[in-house]
Design a protein around this ligand. Structure first.
Ligand code: PGA
Length: 232
């Protein structure tokens, strides 16, 4: 339709994304802005808990997150996988080992994300399932800070594989049993909110870009792309 022609789309787009998605989402915004110069965008990046808070206060059009909220009525669509892997410095003693038993992580100094982080919650859940207690040497509130600490030899951590991109020369992924923890990124919106044309346009754009990205970098995209579905 005429309204779909580029340049005719005008308005505001408010996005909020969890921290791990910030390796993916912002770099796509440039091209989106070129395609649709009439759209004004704001992107907030925060941890899982921060996203829930924004959602409850109805602050954004679309949310990008890894775990669907249980107490808020939302529609959601998975669009790319977000595996959590064990990051270590490239010269780590376990770097060359295969199929490392998860128990061996207990002798490693571990760097943990802050409370409220979805990554932390997923890691803690896996450790609890296996009765593992790691030695948390350091707690840090961002993936970048954790990467710096790993590179500085302070310990190992579990982070999204996306945090490794684009430059991986300082890090290696340890081949530990029960990893990666398989997660996805979802586009989510509050059910009683009608998606604006602008938000719908972004939604379709992101699905498309995710598909290309997945092909190029060996990630997998998730399931059917056509329909947004309800949680039952
Ligand atoms: P986080 O988000 O920044 O809250 O750890 C990542 C996730 O939930 O997968």
């Amino acid at each position: 339709t005429v309204a779909d022609l580029k340049g005719l789309k005008q308005g505001q787009l408010r996005l909020a994304a969890i921290t791990t998605a910030k390796y993916f989402v912002p770099r796509l915004l440039g091209r989106f802005c070129q395609l649709y110069p009439g759209i004004e965008i704001s992107l907030q990046v925060t941890n899982h808990e921060g996203i829930l808070e924004r959602m409850m206060n109805n602050m954004d059009d679309l949310y990008i997150m890894s775990q669907i909220p249980e107490n808020i009525d939302v529609k959601y669509q998975p669009f790319l996988d977000n595996p959590l892997v064990v990051f270590a410095p490239v010269n780590h003693p376990l770097a060359k080992e295969k199929n490392i038993p998860i128990e061996r992580l207990t002798n490693q100094p571990f760097i943990m994300r802050e409370p409220g982080s979805g990554t932390r919650r997923a890691v803690q859940k896996l450790f609890d399932q296996h009765g593992i207690k790691v030695k948390v040497k350091l707690e840090l509130g961002s993936n970048e800070a954790i990467k710096e600490a790993i590179a500085g030899g302070l310990g190992i951590s579990v982070l999204s594989r996306h945090a490794l991109m684009p430059n991986s020369s300082e890090f290696t992924i340890l081949d530990v049993q029960h990893f990666p923890i398989q997660r996805s990124w979802y586009m989510v919106y509050v059910s009683d909110k009608q998606l604006s044309i602008v938000a719908r346009t972004y939604y379709e754009y992101l699905l498309d870009e995710a598909r290309k990205f997945a092909e190029k970098h060996g990630f997998s995209t998730v399931t059917q792309f056509e329909n947004i579905h309800d949680i039952d």
